[in-house]
Write a protein that binds this ligand. Structure first.
Ligand code: MSP
Length: 689
């Protein structure tokens, strides 16, 4: 019973060219498939285009061409875009493929023969943008909430799918499989829709109104409703009903078929599709859940500027333009790191540049070139023999208090710990679709390795002949860490990972390689010959970046760092020691409302390594939410319950999308940061003067 993994993206409508939103979903699917391959699990990824229906017919008519010619053109754009973004779909499906048309007709016939499709008259509010009838519950001020236009009332005779007959079976499945739809908020949304009650689904369009669709097998006067047609792509692409691929990736015992969508198309995927699959199973005399997928993974929306991306607002973000500017891997990294899976995220190019310089140019880029340059300078580029005995003096050294960082390199006996423990955390995150968190784990390794270089000072060891073995060991460990990092970033940044692996003499990154890290094996043999490193991510110097750096330096000369404000991810230069601050009068000081508070709750903020979100009791009606830049100095459980001093009248700000209403005071001594507290318990809300 070999495990397999199958992941699909929505098949995209061909009425728009590929944009950031399409690119995100398709990159996520590619990352998930690559991650499974890295573990040695056979994986298949499918994407494609959705080409029938009103919307496409209208778009083609607008251009004055036949729908098929129009669909061919836009579908081609999607097909070409994916490899340019480092995405390798195993199958690209089109709903106009004859094989797909055949399967749709065969499924319709089966369900019809089993009595789950009937003919009736229906009137309802149809939204062309959504290509479906909307219920009264779904309308907001009489308009479609997604397209902002009132739906059109339509009344006609059509074929209906008895979706209502499967409401209870679907509810039961959702109850028995709590992660059938994930994250949970979307499962709850589907449950709420089921609670409101379903209606049967209209699944045909009379040809008198629309001809651009798959003809119904049992009535030539009708074409199939576009969603009933499109959803079936997920199994046509595997050769349903009896293709080998269908067994391997969908119906077989080790198969784990999964879909990936954004929240906009939750209802068709969370309700129409599973009920269609149950009807198909019933028609074939199988158990209701025989055909059901394993998981529906739902992500949020990328917002641009004030809201949605749209052609009319002129804010459509084109993935290929960003890729040309920053490189494909930087683009992929940003999307995967910045969005917490399931939640909306704001896209901004400035933020992308910031992350590029901090995480890629500084953190990983510097580590890579620094370690390899030292290896070439001190050991002719050859990975030395490990020498744990030489590292005895490092025993017990704790670089950081946090787990996963705690014992990295701290003792020879534990030299693997950080990598394999981190790889286990990374694996768990990726299995749960927490992509940003998985990257945060890898960045923990990178951070720890950078700190190790600073602490062990290989350049100093190189000056002392009796420290040669210690230097060997340090360089050996650093090379292993670079190899681990190359492998772990491969799903996200395949080009960079391969470039690192080749420079390190590791060869190609191959299926199953992550398992070796989990098994705590060293990837690079001593004696491996490395190449001279090339810059992985040359810094991006935009005018904005330079202006910001200049402003920051000026500021660093005037004011001490504050605990409530996040410091930029990695300052390029050390801040100059603060000079004496200018004198102020007592009334100026009195304008600052300092209060004593107690931290009630503390948690990390996904995607912000340095920030903690605190709920602080300031003796007010409601506790205050304050974001503090102390995550690298305090674990949430350490700060919970502590008394802290808060600047209570600071203007609220939003940090990484989280509102902060105040600032926690802390003392900063070099790298150490400690919050300011009274030396005995006092009442929350007490004035601090
Ligand atoms: N054709 C249907 C899907 C049929 S699947 C059987 C469709 N197509 S679409 O072109 O509108 O694509 C919608 C999908 O594109 C979303 O579910 C999401 O995957 C992606 N995105 C489009 N805009 C997006 C954002 N702004 N942000 C994130 N992803 C979004 O619906």
């Amino acid at each position: 019973m070999d495990k397999t993994f199958y992941i699909t993206t929505p098949i995209y409508y061909v009425n728009a060219e590929p944009h950031l939103g399409h690119a995100y979903t398709t990159i996520v699917a590619d990352v998930a498939a690559r991650f499974h391959r890295l573990l040695g699990v056979p994986a298949r990824m499918q994407t494609g285009t959705d080409e029938h229906g009103d919307k496409i017919a209208q778009a083609a008519a607008k251009e004055g061409i036949e729908p098929q010619a129009y669909a061919d053109r836009i579908s081609g754009l999607f097909r070409q875009t994916w490899p340019a973004l480092g995405i390798q779909p195993d199958n690209f499906i089109r709903t106009t493929d004859p094989g797909h048309v055949k399967v749709v007709r065969s499924i319709l016939q089966k369900v019809f023969d089993a009595g789950d499709i009937y003919f009736a008259k229906y009137g309802g509010n149809y939204c062309v943008g959504c290509e479906r009838f909307l219920t009264d519950h779904e309308l907001v001020d009489g308009k479609c909430p997604d397209h902002g236009v009132p739906p059109v009332y339509q009344e006609e005779e059509n074929y209906f799918f008895k979706m209502t007959g499967y409401t209870e079976a679907l509810k039961k499945h959702l109850q028995e499989h709590p992660d059938f739809i994930r994250p949970e908020r979307y499962r709850n949304e589907v449950l709420a829709i089921l609670e409101q009650g379903l209606e049967d689904l209209c699944i045909s369009r009379p040809k008198s109104r629309l001809t651009w669709g798959i003809e119904m097998p049992f009535d030539e006067n009708f074409v199939t409703y576009v969603w009933f047609d499109a959803l079936i792509n997920y199994i046509t692409g595997l050769g349903w009903p009896d293709g080998e691929l269908f067994q391997k990736f969908w119906a077989g015992p080790g198969a784990s078929p999964q879909h990936l969508i954004a929240k906009d198309i939750l209802k068709p995927h969370g309700i129409y599709w599973p009920t269609m699959l149950m009807a198909l199973a019933r028609a074939e005399g199988r158990e209701p859940d025989y055909y059901l997928y394993d998981h529906l993974n739902v992500h949020g929306y990328w917002q641009v500027g004030e809201g949605k991306m749209s052609k009319s607002l002129g804010n459509v973000v084109r993935p290929l333009e960003l890729k040309d500017k920053y490189g494909v891997d930087a683009f992929r990294y940003f999307l995967m790191r910045e969005m917490t899976f399931g939640l909306d995220s704001a896209f901004s190019e400035d933020l992308m540049v910031e992350r590029y310089n901090a995480d890629l140019a500084n953190d990983i880029g510097n580590l890579f070139s620094r370690v390899l340059n030292m290896l070439h300078r001190y050991r002719d580029g050859i990975v030395p023999q490990p020498c744990p005995e030489a590292a005895q003096g490092w025993q017990g050294e704790n670089i950081e208090a946090e787990p996963h960082k705690g014992h990295i390199f701290s003792s020879a006996a534990h030299q693997h710990m950080a990598s394999f423990e981190t790889a286990a955390a990374y694996k768990a995150s990726l299995e749960g679709f927490a992509f940003s968190q998985a990257l945060a784990w890898v960045w923990d390794l990178i951070d720890a390795a950078n700190k190790f270089v600073v602490r062990r000072e290989p350049w100093a060891l190189a000056k002392e002949p009796d420290k040669a073995r210690e230097l060997d060991h340090a360089l050996y460990l650093l090379c292993q860490r670079l190899a681990d990092i190359a492998v772990l970033i491969w799903p996200f940044m395949p080009e960079t990972a391969q470039a690192m692996a080749h420079t390190l003499g590791l060869g190609d990154i191959v299926p199953g390689m992550a398992q070796r890290i989990l098994d705590s094996q060293d990837l690079l043999p001593a004696g491996a010959r490395t190449a001279k490193p090339k810059a992985l991510f040359p810094r991006v110097e935009t005018d904005k970046v330079q202006a910001k750096a200049a402003k920051k330096e000026a500021k660093a000369d005037q004011a001490p760092p504050e605990a409530g404000k996040p410091q930029k991810a990695k300052p390029a230069k050390k801040a100059a020691p603060a000079g004496p601050a200018p004198e102020i009068a007592i009334d100026e000081f009195a304008r600052i409302d300092l209060k004593l508070g107690r931290v009630l709750e503390a948690e990390r903020i996904q995607g912000a390594d340095k920030l903690l979100k605190l709920l602080i009791d300031l003796g007010e009606d409601q506790p205050r939410q304050v974001v503090a830049g102390i995550a690298q100095h305090y674990a949430p459980e350490e700060i919970r319950g502590r008394q802290v001093v808060v600047v209570a009248n600071l203007k609220p700000v939003s940090l990484r999308g989280v509102e902060s209403r105040g600032m926690v005071l802390a003392c900063v001594d070099g790298g150490a940061v400690r919050v300011v507290s009274p030396d005995m318990e006092m009442k929350p809300g007490s004035k601090v003067r």
